[in-house]
Design a protein around this ligand. Sequence first.
Ligand SMILES: Cc1ncc(COP(=O)(O)O)c(C=O)c1O
Length: 441
Amino acid sequence: MDKAEIRKYDREHHLHSWSVQGALDPIVIDRAEGSCFFDMDGKRYLDFSSQLMNLNTGHQHPKVVQAIKDQADRLCFAAPGMSYLTRSQLVKALMEVTPGDLNHFFFTLGGAEANENAIKMARLYTGKFKILSRYRSYHGATYGAITLTGDPRRPPVEPGIPGVIKILDPYCYRCPFGHTYPACNVQCARHVEEVIQYENPNTVAAIIMEGVVGSNGLFIPPPEYMPMVREICNKYNVLFISDEVMSGFGRTGKWFAVDNWNVVPDMMTMAKGLTSGYLPLGGVAVSKKISDHFQDKMLWGGLTYNAHPLCCGAAVATMQVYHEEKLVERTAEMGGFLMDQLNALKEKHPSVGDVRGLGLFTIIELVKDRKTREPLVPWNAAGADLAINKEINKRLLAGGVYTFVRWNWIFVVPPLVITKDELVEGLNVIDQTLTWADGQL
Ligand SMILES: Cc1ncc(COP(=O)(O)O)c(C=O)c1O
């Protein structure tokens, strides 16, 4: 097929996710390497969102590609009830990096299924049914996971599953309680306890939150927040589930985002960086007490493609790449450099209200006015209200930078293998685009 034919079948017969279909004009991607990909006209793009924030080891890493080929030659599939090499190798590799006693794993095909299974296990383990989750969150598109989700992708498909209660977020730049840190006394964490009390702790099975919130604004909680939530969960016998689907596998400069606060959740869900996107795989890591529970009780859950041998093979090779190339440590270092660059952009451009992040998980938040913090593009904008957002995206793409531009946020979440030169190259394009945005104030 040539480019025109690829586009024709795509536009006429394929339904894209999260899209008004008629408004789409997708890039026809041809090939990729490291931090870049190329369209069918040979134009090169720096991938500043690691596709869907998942290609941590970069595009087409030869070791991961080779491992997939080798595993395909040896064994493409085994029923989940069997035992096999790549799954045991993966469990061993994960145990070495997951915090505390989170060293029992249930595998899925992606993040949403991991969250579905985590809340199911929490309900089975505790015998309670309510799950607390946050408004500014995304946990996946399946029915349970979208009910956990707080962002605007949830209401159009409601009603979801019963028993999910929403809480407010630790979003310091736009504190939902109107406070300023540290005078706030970490009200966002105290609010968690208040809601558990209102709901009756005997009915609350778990709280789920992203290690660091991704697509809903990438805000970093105050340092006390996660440890306080951990304590509150202990006090009320509520399980703490950290969704590390986007924030895990080195993205924040630690193996998992919760490691930034030395917090050990009861369960951790993962996907994306687990195989770096090369094959679909997700998982739930559970603590010993939860795994012990299922030693003599049924785990009511399963999937034909639970721990697919090919996907496990890709994950084992990905884990090796993280270690061999010291990507976690490298990300912590590169993150410091990136934050310096982002702070310089904030100094220069009045349209930038805030820059924040951890490691190579960063965001630029645009405002109409720094004093009022009114967003340059309204939250949940659609249609004509997205004109500025669309123009920003167009200018970035024209300059050869592909990333997420969601409402008033520009995400800078490149592959962990990106070089300083590539970062500077992409940030220069963002710099020019922000000069245009300043003109819209
Ligand atoms: C934090 C978080 N959890 C869960 C998911 C869902 O993962 P998947 O799309 O693999 O189902 C995502 C996807 O972006 C995510 O960012």
